[in-house]
Design a protein. Structure first.
Length: 199
């Protein structure tokens, strides 16, 4: 039985729990929640979830079925996408975002510097105009993008001493087409980043 703190519904994430990663395997969903996605979706359909808000769905999963908070959010977002209640890349607030991750074979400090240092960043992201707002080495960086209408949130995670993962979330996009375009853009740019840092 979950205690009261575990039963609270956290704020909806911008994306699924593993933002930018490959879709979570259904076996993993089943292990963590007790059911596969299709089973959850059928249960949500029976409950009438297509007529409910994001918060109502996530709260119902937590309180009625004891799904952990982050997994309730994952299932809610997946359900909303599957039932056409949310466009690809659309966040809970109605805005859009693109997210991409990449593992690079360098220490996390060096990967962080590739974003934070203007000179290094110019080697793999030469045409982008960004203004760094906050940076906490070597964990995270937030920056305004181009004209300031969009922003990027970048997270860094060490994967041992010689590898690190970067996760880029490009937020405040106008539509799903921008999401698709910028997801492709960041995949290509992070591939260049990997080549630059590992060569």
């Amino acid at each position: 039985m979950l205690d009261r703190a575990d039963r609270q519904v956290p704020p909806a994430p911008s994306t699924a729990p593993t933002a930018g990663a490959q879709p979570i395997a259904d076996e993993t969903v089943r292990e963590r929640t007790g059911r596969g996605r299709d089973d959850w979706f059928a249960l949500l359909d029976t409950w009438g979830a297509t007529g409910r808000t994001h918060t109502e769905i996530a709260r119902w999963l937590v309180h009625e079925h004891e799904v952990p908070g982050s997994w309730s959010q994952h299932l809610t977002v997946a359900y909303e996408h599957a039932r056409g209640m949310r466009a690809p890349g659309q966040q809970h607030d109605g805005g859009f975002a693109a997210s991409v991750t990449k593992i690079v074979s360098v220490p996390v400090d060096r990967l962080f510097a590739a974003f934070a240092d203007d000179t290094i960043r110019g080697r793999w992201l030469p045409d982008a105009t960004i203004r760094v707002r906050t940076a906490t080495a070597p964990k995270s960086l937030r920056a305004d993008w181009a004209d300031g209408g969009a922003r990027i949130v970048v997270g860094f995670t060490a994967r041992g001493e010689t590898k690190a993962q970067v996760a880029v979330l490009h937020e405040k996009l106008p539509d799903s087409e921008s999401t698709v375009r910028l997801k492709a853009y960041w995949r290509e740019r992070l591939a260049v980043l990997k080549q630059v840092l590992e060569s």
